[in-house]
Design a protein around this ligand. Structure first.
Ligand code: AMP
Length: 306
């Protein structure tokens, strides 16, 4: 069983109170894939330019990520994003978004990807997300992420896309924007009515809430002593969530994935999101071991059990 991940592969410039890096590997699909690779084989679909470094390719290959769907445009430049964080790191300001080769991104799945059972659509234009979903035969569990820009300016396309999703991962302010409800429980019900049977509302350092049908589950955030760089934490959460489900070969039963399995997936998401923040960019994934992942999962069980 494998997982297809679609989204941006980028170079990022990031400044946090702990330091500044002008250019390093980033992108939503990168973080999702790296995090998911701890649980399941991953196939990536993205585009990069001729400036994409061999060492960055090697990091993805070292995590066994299939790069057949990574399109390379030799005379183009890789998507570049730069941002700076507030002193408490709860706010992020975008300084630069240079789409470069990403502007013409129209994901086409290699034949070998189309029969994968799990699909995670990173934050790209909703019509492209819909188009990718249509290229998959018999996908078991599909969903993704979105952002304010698509909710505000591409609402119709987004609603058409969401109809075909089993899960949506979204942060609390986006959930309010998408639903038009300020109360989070009412917001969740409104979004579930748009399509996704499972909804995860992320609340940054405070964790996440999972909704399915009438049920919900509140997952804590991990109390890190120091957050170096939150970039990619949401995407790493998504990678842990869907990667875990794919690794377990989670199947729908009467349309739904078992709620207990979804709860474990959300905790794996929190585990991977927390590791991501411990170093700049993707650096934590260079050394992270399965034993560390398992140990942190056990810590979550301990601190949330009563
Ligand atoms: P996160 O911190 O989880 O929201 O993810 C941050 C990552 O998203 C960075 O590595 C950026 O390269 C990437 N990113 C930023 N803006 C965009 C965008 N407009 N489309 C796709 N990816 C983006």
């Amino acid at each position: 069983m494998s997982l297809v991940v679609v989204g941006s592969v980028a170079y990022d410039g990031v400044e946090t109170p702990h330091g500044k890096v002008d250019r390093m590997l980033g992108g939503a699909a990168t973080y999702i894939s790296l995090a998911a690779s701890y649980f399941t084989p991953v196939k990536i679909v993205a585009v990069v330019g001729g400036d994409f470094a061999a060492e960055d390719t090697e990091l993805l290959v070292s995590r066994n990520i299939d790069l057949e769907g990574l399109e390379r445009v030799p005379d183009g430049r890789t998507f570049f994003w730069a941002g700076v964080y507030s002193a408490d790191m709860n706010d992020r300001y975008t300084l630069a978004t240079e789409l470069n080769v990403f502007a013409a991104f129209n994901p086409q799945l290699p034949a070998a990807y189309r029969s994968a059972n799990y699909l995670m659509l990173g934050n790209i234009q909703p019509a492209l997300q819909k188009n990718v979903r249509a290229q998959m035969d018999g996908v078991q569990f599909v969903g993704g992420d979105t952002m304010n820009y698509w909710i505000n300016d591409f609402r119709g396309e987004l609603l058409e896309t969401l109809k075909e999703w089993d899960f949506l991962l979204i942060n609390d302010s986006e959930a309010r924007l998408l639903s038009g409800e300020t109360n989070i429980r009412r917001a969740a019900a409104a979004i579930q009515a748009m399509g996704p049977q499972a909804l995860v509302i992320k609340r940054g350092e405070y964790g996440a809430i999972l909704f399915q049908g009438e049920r919900h589950f509140i997952a804590p955030g991990y109390l890190l002593e120091r957050v170096f760089d939150p970039t990619g934490a949401g995407d790493s959460f998504a990678g842990g969530f869907i990667g875990y489900l794919a690794g377990q070969e989670a199947q729908r039963n009467r349309g739904e994935i078992d709620f207990a399995e979804l709860r474990r997936a959300v905790i794996h998401g929190s585990v991977m999101g927390s590791f991501c923040c411990e170093k700049f960019g993707v650096d934590r994934f260079r050394t992270l071991t399965h034993a560390e992942v398992d140990a942190r999962y056990a810590e979550f069980q301990e601190c949330a059990s009563f």
